[in-house]
Write a protein that binds this ligand. Sequence first.
Ligand SMILES: *Cc1c(COP(=O)(O)O)cnc(C)c1O
Length: 384
Amino acid sequence: MTEYTETQKRCWAEISPENLLHNVRALRAALPEGCRFLGVVKADAYGHGAVETAKLLEGAGADYLAVACLDEALELRAAGVTMPVLILGHTSAAYTGALIEHDITQAVAGPEEAEAFSAAAQEYGGTLRVHMAVDTGMSRLGFLCTGGDFDRGVSELARACSLPGLDVEGVFTHFAVSDEPGEENERYTREQYRVFTAVIKAAERQGVHFAIRHCMNSGALLHYPEFALDMARPGLLLYGYGDTEGKLGLRPCMRLMTRLLTVKTLTPGTTVSYGRRFTAERETRLGVLGIGYADGLPRLCSNRCAFALGGGTAPQRGSICMDMCMVDLTDLPEAKPGDEVEIFGPAVDLNALAAAAQTIPYELLCAVSKRVPRVIKTFKEDSE
Ligand SMILES: *Cc1c(COP(=O)(O)O)cnc(C)c1O
């Protein structure tokens, strides 16, 4: 039988284990001695492949993994990942048995959820390991402890910690603007931290003990090293993004690639793609690439981005289609069909592409669709 391996190489994502391990080392070096390390691998490890990433983190000596939901946790367990896994999002108490059976740690979003998990764990005849979520200003999951809700929040938290069937291992909160510059954002983040530590103190005065207190997402790791507590919880930084000032020397772990499919020369005045949103002003060597919005290249980037090939850059032209898009190769006369093109990675800044799509790098990493095969590969840093 013929193996059509080349047909899969219309577009692909190269994942570099070396760069991930480099980033883990760089992040650990930035943390205080004894601080535990949790790697956030939700959303298929931000598009990099959850199982592969989890195994690399396990090998690198990470202490914990975090995912968003039960299915993501079960995927790791099914692949033989045995290290502690925390579900950051909400899980219905109906699945308490599965959580206990697979030794998965669950975040508790509030008093009702604590009651429901406690009842379900007792009915199942087991103990559920939990981390209590504290809402200090994100207004998402967690025991609400801001402003006038402090005292009630703390007593609900302390009560939840005493419920049968729950093994309370940790407590955590999540920052809203730890990654954004400016005085007001710093004030807000420091206030979230102050509330978090005050909640812990007040709960401990009521006899509760938390072995693992954690709040440090990527933004906090970069900008508030003094918030490490017992564990850091980075996601984006692991994958090489978010350190816009280059403080930590991180390396991108994903390189999104495609191929130049065909090339033709357009006479001036010819329009390109759906909506005719680009007109060739000069004689234009136009290349067609095998990547489109169904692969995760946002249509909003149309006419606003450029990709790397053959040591140069090719501006993208016309509306990005579902499976293809066009580039101007006039200034790259060497470029020929079959050439590899980098959409983002070491040579093309994902942050710029995200800005063109009016979004953040997180969204573009997660948007790389399942049709794009992930290929484990060492790619050289441009800077090396
Ligand atoms: C996603 C997430 C993280 C990781 O965030 P980054 O900004 O990628 O570091 C940490 N904690 C919680 C609760 C999250 O949901």
